[in-house]
Every structure is written in structure tokens, then in C-alpha cells.
Design a protein around this ligand. Structure first.
Ligand code: LMR
Length: 396
């Protein structure tokens, strides 16, 4: 049977890391996957995570199965982090949160939930978006389509295109949005734009699904939740898929959460029962360790303050690299203006490099970038910035 199984294409992001690992060039640079590296080129384990692990080791937890929806202390803390401690959504108990294996796991739970409860649902996603978004919903048998997001000429949000597309969607359509640090463009709506988008979604009875993978990497922990909080103020129902991979630097621990905000507590309880059914048939119940690290940090005010500082340090480093990248490209003689890179938010820069230029960078310079031209600024390093920018200028 297996002799006839066809070769699947490599993943556009994680497949690059596989190719990078095989490359024997000692000067190779991986700017594919969104992973933060410090000045020494390493992805740090945060001091607050180390401290949490020490405390957890001292407490020697049992390894009995967690409930299907996981650690509820973690879930309550994630609701606070997402919606704010004084949010009406929290004290009316109309939101249900389950632990999920990373943001990807959260999205897959949503996809299965939609397929089982709304078989004809269609999910609309931005053009462009994270390449795994369509794959996740396709895998669950949920139909997908695209709405405009990016104006490549003006290098900004295509707000007129977005509003026109949303205005035409039939009621009950789901609209996948990026809570902050849009991946890949790094372009987020302003407060006024979020308000307009949220009002339109509510008026047309569209369901927002928010992918929230970079809280704290844009402008701040609370600031980056602005879009979600505006959506929650306008739309009685929404779904948030959170990831703790980047902001807690716990990539390998697969810590995430899925939150369903419902009209009332009763609906939230029924939705919870369906979500638990999805999880049970998928991976039964989530792992413990990474979630315990996050809830130890968020549940202790001193540790939480120290973590916010660590997130700010990562964000500031990315922003400094962003400026250095744009300035070095100019200094190395790039004819086109890359000033827009300084305005983008989050881990990535949507550089405008073509597929051919990306291929030339990999083949001729051992520099790995996603085919869409998305460059991981978070993976850059001061020591290799000259070589990187010289190579880019040589392929422009
Ligand atoms: C990325 O976009 O690089 C990250 O979200 C990692 C991933 O899983 O693709």
C-alpha cells in the first residue's frame, strides 16, 4: 500500500527549516520560521519560565490526566490577559476557554467545531494570510475563501477592499482575523479601523475568529488586545485562538487556548460540551507542563510583571533590528525605499521580495526566506546584517 503514496509538498514555513538544517554552508541564515533569537543567536528560555519551572519541580505535581478542556486556572488567566481583568465577558461567564496544543491546535478545534455544528460554514481569511490557515480548515472539511487585506502599491491595509468584501458576505459567515501583528504583512488596523470592522461584522451577523499569536510583540500586552476588545464590545459572539509560543518563548511546549465568547452563560456551557467532544476525539486532553508554567507566571503578580518586561525586551529588540534592517538595506545601495519595514508590527517584515528573488537568496547565499517574501526580523542578528543586506541588494 505504502509504495503508491505520493510525495507531499514541503510545508512553506517548517519545510524551510528542514532544508536549512541540511544546508552545509556555515554562513547560512534562517529567516523563515517566526522564532525569536537573542543577540547570541539563541532562542532563550525566559527567566520567568525558569523560575516557574523551579517552583513546579518543588511542588512535584502528579501526572494524572487533566480534564478534557485542561487546566482551568490557566484558562481563567488567559481570559484576563485577552479581554482585560474588568471585562464584562469575564464576570457574566459567557466565555468558555479550553487549553489547546498551541495556536494551531486551537484553530483546528475551531475548524472541527464548525464542521460538526455548522456543516455549511465558510471561513473567510485575509489575502495574504499564514499559509497554515487554509490548510487547517481544509483538513477539517471547512470551506474557505479570501478577502482583500493588503494594498501592495501603497504598502498599507486595503481598508476599502476589506470593507467592500465584508459588506457582501452572507450572515453566518466566519471571518478569520489576526488579533495583532498580522502574519505575514505586519499591518494592523488602527483603533478607528477596528471599530469600523467590528461594527460591520456585528451588523451583518458575521462570526469573528481571531488568531492571537503575538500578544505583546506589536506595541504592548494590553495594546495588542485592542482589536479583540473592540470586537468583543460589538459582537456578542466571537472565537479567539491564542498562542503562548512566542510571548512566553515556549514554542516546543505547545501552549495555546481557544475561547468561545457566547451570548450567555447557558450557550457557553453547551458550546463547551461540543468543544470537549471535539478535543476528546482528537487528542483526548491536553498536556500539563507548559500550561502550568504559564499559569504560574500569570498567577503571580511579581512574576507577571517580570514577564511583561521580558516581552518588552523581545519586542524592543525586534524593533531595533527592524530599523537596522531598513537602514542597512539603504546603506548597501538598495534603490527602492524599504522605509515601510519600520512601520510593520510583530516578528515579520513583508519585504516585497519576489519568489525568484527568494529562490536566488537561498540558492546563491544560503539565506532562507518564505516564498511570499515574508522575512522573520525576529530571527535576524546584528553580526550578519551586512551580509544579509548585501545579498538582498544583489538580487533586487
Ligand atoms: C510562523 O508563521 O512562522 C509561525 O507561526 C510558526 C509556524 O508554525 O508557521
Amino acid at each position: 500500500m505504502f509504495e503508491d503514496v505520493p510525495q507531499a509538498p514541503a510545508d512553506p514555513i517548517l519545510g524551510l527549516t528542514e532544508a536549512f538544517k541540511k544546508d552545509s554552508n556555515p554562513a547560512k541564515i534562517n529567516l523563515g520560521v517566526g522564532v525569536f533569537t537573542d543577540a547570541s543567536g539563541k532562542t532563550p528560555l525566559l527567566d520567568t519560565a525558569k523560575e516557574a519551572e523551579k517552583r513546579l519541580a518543588g511542588a512535584a505535581q502528579s501526572r494524572v490526566y487533566l480534564p478534557i478542556d485542561g487546566d482551568q486556572k490557566f484558562c481563567a488567566l488567559m481570559q484576563k490577559l485577552t479581554f482585560g481583568a474588568d471585562s464584562e465577558v469575564l464576570f457574566t461567564r459567557r466565555a468558555f476557554t479550553a487549553c489547546a496544543p498551541g495556536g494551531t491546535g486551537a484553530l483546528r478545534i475551531v475548524a472541527d467545531f464548525l464542521k460538526q455544528n455548522f456543516p455549511s460554514a465558510k471561513v473567510w481569511m485575509s489575502n495574504p494570510t499564514w499559509p497554515n490557515h487554509p490548510q487547517i480548515f481544509d483538513a477539517a472539511g471547512v470551506r474557505t475563501d479570501r478577502y482583500p487585506w493588503f494594498d501592495p502599491v501603497a504598502n498599507k491595509l486595503d481598508m476599502p477592499g476589506l470593507i467592500e468584501a465584508l459588506s457582501k458576505l452572507p450572515a453566518g459567515s466566519a471571518v478569520l482575523l489576526h488579533g495583532c501583528c498580522h502574519n505575514p504583512t505586519g499591518i494592523d488596523p488602527t483603533v478607528e479601523e477596528w471599530t469600523q470592522i467590528a461594527g460591520l461584522l456585528a451588523a451583518r451577523k458575521l462570526l469573528p475568529i481571531v488568531d492571537f499569536a503575538y500578544q505583546g510583540f506589536g506595541t504592548g500586552i494590553d495594546e495588542d488586545a485592542t482589536g479583540i476588545r473592540i470586537l468583543a464590545a460589538h459582537c456578542r459572539e466571537l472565537i479567539v485562538c491564542s498562542s503562548c509560543s512566542k510571548n512566553f518563548s515556549l514554542y516546543a511546549d505547545r501552549v495555546g487556548a481557544v475561547t468561545f465568547v457566547c451570548n450567555d452563560e447557558n450557550s457557553a456551557q453547551r458550546v463547551a460540551s461540543q468543544v470537549k467532544r471535539v478535543i476528546r476525539a482528537n487528542y483526548s486532553n491536553p498536556p500539563q507542563h507548559g500550561f502550568a508554567i504559564v499559569s504560574t507566571i500569570l498567577g503571580d503578580s511579581a512574576l507577571c510583571a517580570a514577564w511583561e518586561k521580558e516581552v518588552a525586551d523581545m519586542r524592543n529588540r525586534i524593533n531595533a533590528l527592524r530599523a537596522l534592517f531598513a537602514d542597512t538595506l539603504a546603506a548597501k545601495g538598495a534603490k527602492q525605499d524599504f522605509g515601510f519595514i519600520k512601520k510593520q508590527l510583530g516578528m515579520f517584515s513583508f519585504s516585497g521580495l519576489s519568489k525568484e528573488q527568494v529562490d536566488a537568496l537561498r540558492d546563491q547565499h544560503a539565506i532562507y526566506i518564505v516564498g511570499s517574501g515574508r522575512v522573520s526580523v525576529a530571527g535576524m542578528n546584528e553580526k550578519t546584517m551586512d551580509r544579509l543586506c548585501e545579498a538582498i541588494v544583489s538580487v533586487l
